[in-house]
Write a protein that binds this ligand. Structure first.
Ligand SMILES: NC(=O)c1ccc[n+]([C@@H]2O[C@H](COP(=O)([O-])OP(=O)(O)OC[C@H]3O[C@@H](n4cnc5c(N)ncnc54)[C@H](O)[C@@H]3O)[C@@H](O)[C@H]2O)c1
Length: 275
């Protein structure tokens, strides 16, 4: 059911690869709530993913950008401002990739070139997007920027590898730039720390099925789905959250505040019953 929460608002959505992507769900909900947007993804992702199909559905444009390249990001903003003939109101940063995770390198045996790429793609890209938007004065007053994070930024979770460091940096950039963007332009910047979600990026993490089962059992409300994450993003793009900024907002069914749950303990106890 639509509430017209984003009626008249315009934005850029980075990172919709296929219909499992969190960004894909955000695009669907944003359209439902009355927003218009452009889409961006890496050139390689545009070849094997479905971003173009999403653009056709919502009659918008796709602007290719490898977010490690400043000139690509500048192109996204130039083309978006031209397309809308004016400024935008929201940006979704839904981008993450670790070559170390892909190549199954352990955290105690990282390849440092890969590590740089992880940080560049998954964290510095938020700074590059914010700095470009700021210099081009691309976002209207009371605009909103949301990036997606994960609790491994605060707590160690086996298998998350160098993405944990990238997420810690991402959250820090949201705070540091959030201060400047808030002070100078009344634009808010937040991260949403989402439950494990079965997407292309998510399923690349070691032991992901077990992790999802564990967090489901530990969270009083259960894991948050990609659709539910999209709902939360919409509230942050809307005018109902105008004074929320520089926050890392957990959207995880309560997982981040738990130590042990009945459902997790019941499962754990089963391992003692087989003696
Ligand atoms: N899936 C989860 O369990 C989970 C949990 C918490 C947070 N997140 C975060 O949510 C965000 C979206 O991930 P998702 O789970 O929807 O997976 P996804 O694979 O659908 O999305 C990741 C996107 O990043 C894009 N990308 C990778 N390298 C890029 C580059 N160089 N330039 C531009 N784009 C690039 C990919 O093309 C893809 O569209 C990521 O930041 C991820 O870390 C995911």
């Amino acid at each position: 059911m639509s509430h017209d929460l984003l009626k008249g608002k315009k934005g850029i959505i980075f990172g919709a690869l296929n219909d499992k992507s969190i960004a894909w769900k955000v695009a669907e909900k944003a359209a439902e709530e009355g927003a218009e947007f452009t889409l961006s993804n890496a050139p390689a992702a545009l070849r094997f993913g479905d971003t173009q199909k999403l653009a056709e559905k919502y009659k918008t444009i796709v602007i290719p950008a490898d977010v490690t390249k400043l000139e690509d990001i500048e192109e996204v903003f130039t083309k978006t401002l031209e397309y809308f003939d004016g400024k935008i109101d929201f940006i979704l940063h839904s981008i993450g990739m670790s070559p170390n995770v892909r190549k199954k390198r352990l955290y105690s045996d990282l390849d440092y070139n890969y590590f740089h790429q992880t940080l560049d793609i998954s964290a510095l890209s938020l700074h590059k997007i914010l700095q470009t938007a700021f210099k081009m004065d691309a976002i209207n007053e009371w605009g909103s920027v949301v990036a997606l994070s994960y609790v491994a930024a605060q707590r160690t979770l086996y298998g998350y590898n160098d993405m944990a460091d990238a997420k810690a940096l991402l959250e820090s950039i949201a705070r540091s730039f959030g201060y400047i963007y808030g002070r100078e332009k009344s634009v808010r910047v937040n991260t949403i720390s989402q439950s494990p979600t079965m997407t292309t990026a998510g399923s690349g993490i070691k032991g992901f099925d077990s992790l999802m089962d564990f967090t489901e059992r530990m969270s009083p409300l259960g894991n948050a789905t990609a659709e539910e994450c999209a709902d939360y993003c919409i509230t942050l793009f809307s005018d109902l959250t105008r004074k929320v900024t520089m926050q890392n907002l957990y959207h995880d069914g309560g997982f981040s505040s738990m130590g042990m749950s009945l459902r997790a303990m019941t499962q754990y106890d089963k391992s003692f019953n087989c003696d």
